[in-house]
Design a protein around this ligand. Sequence first.
Ligand SMILES: Nc1ncnc2c1ncn2[C@@H]1O[C@H](COP(=O)(O)OP(=O)(O)O)[C@@H](O)[C@H]1O
Ligand SMILES: [Mg+2]
Length: 220
Amino acid sequence: MLFECKNASLIYDQDKPVHTYAVRDINISIEQNKFIGILGPSGSGKSSLLYLLAGLKEAATGSVIYNGREYKNLDEDEKSRIRKKDFGFVFQRHFLIEYMSVLHNVLSVTNNISQASIDKAVYLLEGLGLKGLADKKPSQLSGGQSQRVALARALINDPKVVFGDELTASLDRGSTGEAMKFLKEYCRNSTLIIVTHDPTILEGADTILNIWDGKIKGGV
Ligand SMILES: Nc1ncnc2c1ncn2[C@@H]1O[C@H](COP(=O)(O)OP(=O)(O)O)[C@@H](O)[C@H]1O
Ligand SMILES: [Mg+2]
């Protein structure tokens, strides 16, 4: 298994007298190279589950294991090394660097810029419908275009796992369909973990985890 959650819970504001669970008693296993959808309404705990899986937040109870290693036993440096090497992230807020061009935003997460990495960045931008925008600055783009630049950046290192949190939130229907099609095709040999409230983008998913009030209904 690539990921395992065993009775994992996440609590915000642990030091407060009354604990509220963002997610509770999560038991899931995720195999490599699958497309997993995490579906649920706003506030149901989708992002929290993603943070647990990516080792961005620590489980208050239970364990979260990536590739045989329990996050709890790793220090921040080790976790950050795993994220840098194996994971690509696209969040609802895209965090592009304003003073860099679109092309250099995509390349900003690579170790060294080579002709091959530039070619790949151009390929990703074109595949995501952003042909001709490589030299623009983020402020010259629409929200939907910026979100696709963030997606190209998440893919540039061919990560083992792509985490997307409401990654199509600012895209219209047409570009959502195109971006998801490209993403699924590009990630045939990677694991895709996509958090959304929109079931239509999860077409073709191997597993859909329905989350409600911090709990998974059904489960894997
Ligand atoms: N930083 C935070 N501090 C306190 N509570 C939070 C925080 N982030 C989320 N929560 C709470 O945790 C629950 C799950 O939130 P979240 O995982 O963001 O849900 P979703 O992504 O499905 O909208 C909600 O009740 C939310 O209010
Ligand atoms: Mg969320």
